[in-house]
Design a protein. Structure first.
Length: 158
């Protein structure tokens, strides 16, 4: 989310340096399907202006709250984004106990799954749960990959 990038550019730079992929979540967490076309474009532009000096241009976009429509997907595509959602909602945004977040993921994961988790909203259980989830999934033989790697796998298997 652009507002988080603006507040903590050092985290984005470290994320890129560590080999992770940056995607767009627009600038703020506004429900884009409730905004005008001009406001949606402004959300994209503001995100891009802040992020561009810190990271390669993202290829992927996840609309806040998963709220989108055909016009938003088309606008994202015009800007070079593939819109992606998730297959598992960890439910971390509800602030449940860590173990509940872990179970929500581990009990529902399947190969190719995309896990929805959140950051920057203290006191979310996300960071602690993510460490446990990663260990559990890797012990079960899962490999964590970037969205680009996941999409490449699907393109090659077609």
């Amino acid at each position: 989310m652009g507002a988080n990038v603006e507040a903590h550019p050092e985290i984005v730079m470290q994320t890129v340096a560590d080999g992770h992929e940056i995607a767009s979540h627009a600038y703020s967490h506004k429900r884009l399907n409730k905004l005008t076309k001009t406001e949606v474009i402004e959300e994209f532009e503001r995100f891009e202006t802040i992020t561009q000096p810190l990271a390669p241009k993202p290829s992927f976009f996840r609309p806040p709250d998963g709220a989108y429509n055909d016009d938003i997907v088309a606008l994202a595509r015009e800007r070079g984004y593939t819109t992606v959602l998730w297959s598992i909602d960890a439910g971390d945004w509800r602030r449940p106990p860590v173990q509940q977040v872990v179970q929500a993921v581990v009990d529902n994961v399947k190969p190719g799954g995309i896990i929805l988790m959140h950051d920057g909203q203290y006191p979310l259980p996300t960071a602690q749960a993510a460490a446990i989830i990663i260990d559990k999934l890797q012990s079960q033989g899962y490999q964590l990959v970037t969205m680009s790697e996941l999409m490449q796998y699907y393109e090659e298997s077609q």
